[in-house]
Design a protein around this ligand. Structure first.
Ligand SMILES: Nc1ncnc2c1ncn2[C@@H]1O[C@H](COP(=O)(O)OP(=O)(O)OP(=O)(O)O)[C@@H](O)[C@H]1O
Ligand SMILES: [Mg+2]
Length: 311
């Protein structure tokens, strides 16, 4: 039966020799969402996307993209999706406009539509006035943006992007992210990003899947993933020497650990709701508390922890 998800995989596996590059991957991506496949080098991201685009066959398991089976209908998938992988895949000797025209022709866009689309795309990446220059003279960031425009030339329903902002400066990065967000919101396109940049995933993606050695070790909203592994911790600022108090807090039943660095103390709790109890306890001992704040760990730290747990 055709899946209603933009991507649905069940037990998707791909081996190269005796190595499983992707192992038993089961996930679903909703239409219109920006999904991030996150993982360190060699974790299986590119292999997953290549299977989803029908460029390599799965060893076992199933996958559908836009309701099309990756084994039997990969030509349909490639018609209805766009992809920007690690390499820009541009023709350096052609101009930007010629590059886009070439790809638009491959997709069979009629000549009038082609012109309008190319102008719209070049304007979208802020390079309309440079469109007639040879791409070989362009900077890395400009090429990356053009490559993204190329992936959109046939107005695909879904776009696969590997490291979309790699090599871009902060302004370029913001522009590309804004473009992705706007397209997901206004035209309902689904985006499937591959990245090891957690910051990017956190800013851009509604949901992320974390791959490690070919296995999905976590999947959900970035904040859900953070909550699933992070222990609730409160940071206190205390003036003066409080050695004895530290030992006493450490012995409280709802405190799991106490770590001190200078005047700051990180207290790991069963639940952040216990913060008041810790503060009251310290205040009753006469502690001079000048700061109380919950510790929000970045996705980066959570990621290292998730990956570490799997070692
Ligand atoms: N054609 C191939 N032949 C043999 N092994 C392969 C092939 N393609 C991928 N692999 C192996 O599969 C594993 C996953 O590779 P993959 O390229 O999918 O990782 P990745 O997550 O995209 O990494 P990166 O972040 O570095 O791009 C690696 O161990 C890699 O060596
Ligand atoms: Mg890769």
């Amino acid at each position: 039966m055709a899946s209603n998800y933009a991507v649905e995989t069940k037990g998707l596996t791909r081996s190269f020799g005796d190595r499983d590059a992707v192992r038993e991957l089961t996930l679903a991506v909703e239409p219109g969402e920006i999904f991030g496949l996150l993982g360190p080098n060699g974790s299986g991201k590119t292999t997953t996307v290549r299977m989803l685009l029908g460029l390599i066959a799965p060893t076992s398991g199933d996958a559908q993209v836009l309701g099309c089976d990756v084994r039997s209908a990969s030509h349909k998938i490639r018609e209805r999706t766009g992809a920007l992988m690690e390499h820009d895949g541009l023709y350096e000797r052609l101009s930007a406009r010629e590059n886009l025209r070439y790809f638009a022709r491959i997709y069979g866009l009629p000549s009038e539509a082609r012109k309008t689309k190319i102008t719209e795309l070049l304007r979208g990446i802020g390079l309309l006035d440079r469109g007639d220059e040879r791409v070989s003279r362009w900077s890395k960031g400009m090429k990356r943006k053009l490559a993204m425009a190329r992936a959109l030339v046939h107005d695909p329903e879904m776009v696969f992007l590997a490291e979309p902002t790699a090599g871009l400066d902060p302004i370029g990065t913001r522009e590309v992210r804004e473009t992705i967000r706007t397209m997901a919101r206004d035209s309902g396109k689904t985006f499937f990003l591959c990245t090891h940049n957690l910051n990017e995933a956190e800013r851009l993606c509604s949901r992320v899947g974390v791959l490690h050695r070919g296995r999905l070790i976590a999947c959900g909203r970035p904040d859900e993933i953070r909550a699933s592994v992070s222990r609730p911790t409160v940071r206190l600022g205390l003036r003066g020497k409080n050695e004895r108090m530290m030992a006493e807090i450490g012995a409280l039943p709802f405190v799991k650990s106490v770590q001190r660095s200078g005047e700051e103390v990180a207290v790991e709790l069963d639940d952040l709701k216990r913060t008041g109890d810790v503060v009251r306890f310290l205040a009753a001992q006469g502690a001079d508390i000048y700061k109380v704040e919950p510790v929000h760990r970045s996705l980066e730290e959570v990621f290292l922890e998730l990956v570490g747990e799997e070692q």
